[in-house]
Design a protein around this ligand. Structure first.
Ligand SMILES: Cc1cc2nc3c(=O)[nH]c(=O)nc-3n(C[C@H](O)[C@H](O)[C@H](O)COP(=O)(O)O)c2cc1C
Length: 349
């Protein structure tokens, strides 16, 4: 059993801080998972089952965290995952988030349900990608996709785990408290359209033809799924269970990552999200083979606590924690971390 720590890290306290400052319906919306919330509740602990095996006699005087995200250099191996309704966390919403990203060289994936326009995000100077769901009638997405290209999106992140929106209990309060002007800002005619339940390889081709951008597949958990999206033309595979907000009892991303990395075998980068709350977990994700990882709730909580400055503090703190973890593990950078994690023996805490 883990010993209780006295004090604890700021990152670990962020959720409680956010709970204190946010209206209950907003905190509840950010935190919730689908149905019984099993997958959402397991995400953090799933990483904690892995153990790290440091390298020794390595030169870690200079730790270099710079990472290429589909050809764009970033200061760190992490980005902000797409999350809706950021304006409910802070009046600046996605723009406040993007300003922190621009200042710290962190890429941001903008939800297609964002409360800020593409032009506003572009004006911050952040590297940004558009997350998209495809409607049954694909053409309804075309205006949004073309507008994203016009305003500097660097990639399309196709979320493949959402043929329908997973049921969340107690979902009503947030939507009745949300001003209609925050919704449908960029979605155009796709706003009310049913989502596609027949995504396939042709969608990757179509998205690439419409936008000329790389297309990332977000929401893959199995090696077979990873192989399929690579064959379909995905520029990267993003291991995710949507923060536990889609299929409840979906497997933890911590456990799905390594088999996906094995199957992809370097053909394209592999990203992961879900339950990353500390530098040690970040190291574990890199050690299990992720090329980079994304943060969903943590930046929302930081935005709620202190706006752009809060998100900036999150990025600096996570960078410091990850750097320390890499040095202690004998790794001068993210790539060197590959292989320093193993599953804890059965029955170990
Ligand atoms: C409030 C909230 C809204 C989200 N909205 C989206 C979305 O619009 N599109 C999407 O692909 N994923 C969405 N996600 C999932 C995140 O992109 C990400 O997969 C997940 O939050 C990662 O887990 P973490 O929150 O533990 O870091 C959302 C997650 C949260 C918490």
């Amino acid at each position: 059993m883990a010993l209780p720590s006295s004090g604890g890290s700021w990152l670990a306290s962020l959720e409680d801080e956010a709970c204190r400052v946010l209206p209950p319906e907003v905190y509840g919306y950010y935190r919730q998972g689908a149905r019984d919330g099993t997958t959402a509740a397991e995400a953090v602990a799933a990483w904690e089952r892995y153990r790290l095996v440091p390298r020794v006699l390595t030169d870690t005087r200079a730790v270099d965290l710079t990472t290429s995200f589909l050809g764009t250099r970033s200061a760190v191996p992490f980005g902000v995952a797409p999350t809706t309704l950021q304006r409910a966390a802070d009046p600046g919403g996605e723009v406040a988030m993007a300003r922190a990203c621009a200042a710290h060289g962190v890429p941001m994936v903008l939800s297609s349900n964002a409360t800020a326009t593409f032009a506003e995000i572009d004006a911050t100077g952040a590297t940004w990608w558009l997350q998209a769901y495809l409607p049954q009638d694909r053409e309804l997405a075309r205006p949004m996709l073309e507008s994203a290209v016009e305003h500097g999106a660097g990639a399309i992140v196709l979320t493949v785990d959402t043929p329908v929106v997973g049921t969340k209990y107690d979902d009503g309060a947030i939507w009745s408290a949300t001003p209609p002007s925050w919704l449908r800002v960029n979605l155009g005619p796709a706003a009310d359209a049913p989502k596609a339940r027949d995504l396939g390889p042709a969608d990757f081709t179509w998205l690439h033809e419409v936008t000329g951008l790389p297309v990332v597949a977000k929401g893959v958990l199995s090696p077979g799924g990873a192989a399929a999206v690579v064959v379909a033309g995905a520029a990267a595979v993003w291991v995710s269970n949507h923060g536990g907000r889609q299929l409840d009892r979906a497997a933890a991303t911590a456990d799905c990552l390594a088999p996906v990395v094995d199957r992809v075998d370097g053909a394209v980068p592999v990203y992961v999200d879900g339950g990353v709350r500390s530098g040690i977990t970040a190291l574990t994700a890199l050690a299990l083979g992720a090329d980079a990882f994304f943060l969903g709730r943590l930046p929302l909580y930081a935005l709620a606590v202190a706006g752009t400055d809060g998100v900036g503090r999150l990025f600096s703190t996570l960078t410091d924690e990850l750097t320390e973890a890499l040095v202690l593990a004998g790794c001068p950078g993210p790539e060197a971390a590959r292989g320093v994690a193993r599953a804890a023996p059965d029955g170990a805490p």
